[in-house]
Write a protein that binds this ligand. Structure first.
Ligand SMILES: [Zn+2]
Length: 113
């Protein structure tokens, strides 16, 4: 589903993220031949793309999208088919690769003296 771009920003790794009118956001990469968007590399071109439509896969597949941190999009960008990407998004949701801290509350006094 096509949504208008309302903003463009960098993530922590310096990748470009487009904020869309639907409230979703997605990475916009220039990684030919998979993703060919040379306009993302140039500030003037980026501004020219504000307000233009971008395909929002999260609106197309809301069941794979919520809270997966973009795993579906990333899988699609790596060349996986829709089913494969859905599978990865589900797997990551069940088994986050960032381990959760077992003891978030530090009860013991600081180890550093
Ligand atoms: Zn959307």
């Amino acid at each position: 589903m096509e949504r208008l771009i309302t903003g463009l920003r960098n993530d922590a790794e310096g990748q470009w993220i487009a904020d869309l009118e639907c409230g979703h956001s997605r990475h916009v990469r220039h990684t030919p031949p998979w993703e060919v968007r040379p306009w993302i590399l140039d500030e003037v071109s980026r501004r020219g793309h504000l307000g233009t439509p971008l395909e929002c896969r999260r609106c197309d597949a809301p069941d794979a999208a919520s809270g997966d941190g973009g795993a579906y999009d990333d899988a699609r960008m790596r060349g996986l088919c829709h089913d494969g990407a859905m599978e990865i998004a589900r797997t990551i949701k069940e088994e986050p690769d960032v381990p959760k801290h077992q003891d978030p509350v530090q009860l013991r006094p600081s180890r550093h003296r």
